[in-house]
Design a protein around this ligand. Sequence first.
Ligand code: PRP
Ligand code: URA
Length: 208
Amino acid sequence: MSNLFISNHPLVAHKLSILRDKDTEPKKFRALIREIATLLTYEATSDLLTQDVEVTTPLAQMRCLELKEKVGLVPILRAGLGMVEGVWELIPNAEVWHIGLYRDEKTLKPVEYYNKLPLEPTVSVCLILDPMLATGGSAVATVDVLKNWGVKKIKFVGLIAAPEGIQNLQNHHPDVPIHVAAVDDRLNERGYIVPGLGDAGDRQFGTG
Ligand code: PRP
Ligand code: URA
């Protein structure tokens, strides 16, 4: 069974179309990244484990369910930052652990510049947040970091993926499900996803 999940939700498709438009300004772009991240996470978390909890309603006591697993959100800086708030709204007690990576412009290999994970893992599930899965180098490196940290259950949540990035992540980490809004055609010679949406970091932060 493939571990690739491409959302077919009409709201995701609609918002992604606006996001891709080169004339969508940063304020709107940030709002859309946040909204799509929320919708994708709703789908990506459908298998989180639950446990029983006793709740007293105004009328009676009853047995309900609560999340059993402690969730960590792992945005890859910078572009993953814009996905955090939307996901946090769904899982308000999640911990957020930032990983700083940038792609070397020539080699396209990820370079790590921020990692403050403590020695022992504090969460049991990690959702890696990054809008773009291009060569897959950043995602593979982040999963490496999280597995070394000791986390067993890891998912990648992104907006747009290239076939090359999916292949790379699946080759290195076949146990990591990939949740995206769309899979595009290819990478260009500079490692950008085509048709894609351009540079997700620059478009959010107005630095392009
Ligand atoms: C972008 C994007 C991913 C990475 C994807 O980050 O946010 O992290 O590229 O590319 P890959 O799959 O080939 O590794 P970038 O290096 O542009 O840094 P930024 O988010 O700080 O702009
Ligand atoms: N990073 C981006 O922001 N966009 C791409 O198309 C590829 C990597």
